[in-house]
Design a binder for this molecule. Sequence first.
Ligand SMILES: [Zn+2]
Length: 251
Amino acid sequence: MPATAENLRELHQLHQRAKALRDRLASAPKTLASRQAALDSRKAALEDARKALQDAKVQVKKREHLMQAQQGKIDDLKVKLNLVKKNEEYKAIQNQIANDKSSLGNLEDEILNGYSEIEAQSADVAKLEAEYKQFADDVAAFRDQVESQTGPQKTQLDELEKAVAEAEAIIPDDQRERYRRTIKQHGADAMAAVEVDFKTHTGACSGCYVTITTQTLSEVMRAESLSFCNTCGRILYLAEEDHQNTRRKSR
Ligand SMILES: [Zn+2]
């Protein structure tokens, strides 16, 4: 099998498809991990909000107990008030009752505020819970998708790698070493089409966009062995003519 433009084009496409698949296989677990981390931090935020709500409820309960105690104290003082004989003592108890009633009023205000805070916090928690659930469902669905696709994608990649190895039969033996080095350096980008302008008989490497020499262009067109771009070192092959025409028209 000779290293014709068509064969080289096919080999390049196989390299590109294998790379795309390898990239997808590598990126999916990273995307999953970052979504999972985002989910974990939402869970932590939800738990903080739940705890704050719980604390607020405890605070209100404490104040309600205080209020009851205060009320009891005032009731006791009222009983005492009816029993005292001395005017001074009577006035002292009256003052005490007035003070206690005032702090009872403050407690009532604090409790009312506490209830409205609890209401707002409960709404926040409910919102966070709904968002968390939605996000958790999304992450689970994405995980399922990644897990179900990984196997088939690996199989597909194995097949593509085999196909690449088979397609590499076109590489002349004396250029294998250089081919390997170029692939190692540039990966799937190691090959580049040469777009030829037949009017001016010039061509440019589509890897680095630099015009190639007339000599290299003749070599590429003869396709007797591999040609390399003098500027970027990529392996060159002739672009498909249809493709070129389409491109030229679109310009
Ligand atoms: Zn180049």
